[in-house]
Design a protein around this ligand. Sequence first.
Ligand code: PMP
Length: 364
Amino acid sequence: NQLNNLNFSGGPGALPESVLLKVQQSILEVPEVGLSVLGISHRSDWFAAVVAELEGNIRKLLGLPDNYHVLFLQGGATQQFSMIPMTLLRGKTTPADYLHTGYWSGKALAEAEREGPVRVIWSGESGGFKDLPGDDELAYSPDAPYLHYISNETVEGLQFHRVLGRDDVPRVCDMSSDFLSQPCTAERYSLIYAHAQKNIGPAGVTVVLVRDELLEDAPTDLPGFLDYRSHIKAHSIFNTPPVFAIYVVLLITRWLLDEIGGLTRMAEINRRKADLLYSQLDNSDGFYRGRAKTKDRSLMNVTFNLADTDTEKRFLAEAQAAGFSGLAGHRSTGGVRASLYNGLTLAAAEQLVGFMEDFRRKQT
Ligand code: PMP
């Protein structure tokens, strides 16, 4: 299964082999049910138990307090870009605070502007999104309905290594590309959202953790499907949910708890992978040029350039031929991006670093 093991894609990304083997079995037959997971009713007792166990596992992994709801929604992180301002910004005159730190936060902010007033409190656009703001560059509004930011900008490879904002303004955070890759003080946020297809499963399901009181003043005329309260009431079975995707996320949380041993351990492994890659960049005498400023580098997405686009093309072609998949940078930035999500093994990161070392020696 070498191709999967060397899957450095920005997402959907690598999933652990032990989970894939269980998924393979479940396509034929979920042992305790005797049916394929693709054909089990979302109204079955089995699926209700899947949702309940998954919710419990996420609570356990994050130490999530009882005043949070755990939801499994559709529409990807993109739907959250709209659902959040529809819920929290419609009809408001005071702007929400948004950070513009890269490609995806730009998308989030454009959707929020359709719903209500937005204030961009920091933008990295003129600097080409190569770094993130320090605390002294951020003047938060004390009366904003909420603060929105992205913990890890997947395209640029930038990650906040701290919690932003003020304790008296609800924090809303897109954790799509670093959710469950490390411990997180979830109770400091009012709403966290993350699609599954990076660290915790396939595309099709988005996890939302929302503090109960955040929804108290939400408009009452939202479409049912776009109202968090419908999904809370229906325990994430408001309509037919993506049973398969949710089941795979359950298997990943079991893997995190039972095989990895929790998020602290997961974070250690993820850090070792990132350290391997970044020391390869840092010790290459400028052959590999890291895109992000050192202090803001992402542990999930290592982005870099080579001397020119020809050398980059050759690097990507040779890497592909050697079995490494998904290394081309996002279409908006070009360059190279090695994504090191939970499912990518340390051995795979070591192999990539070995390849990079050989490639560099051959060129210099
Ligand atoms: N937010 C982030 C941080 C992302 O990386 C992405 C996609 N890679 C999105 C949002 C959009 O997600 P989706 O395709 O699930 O709508």
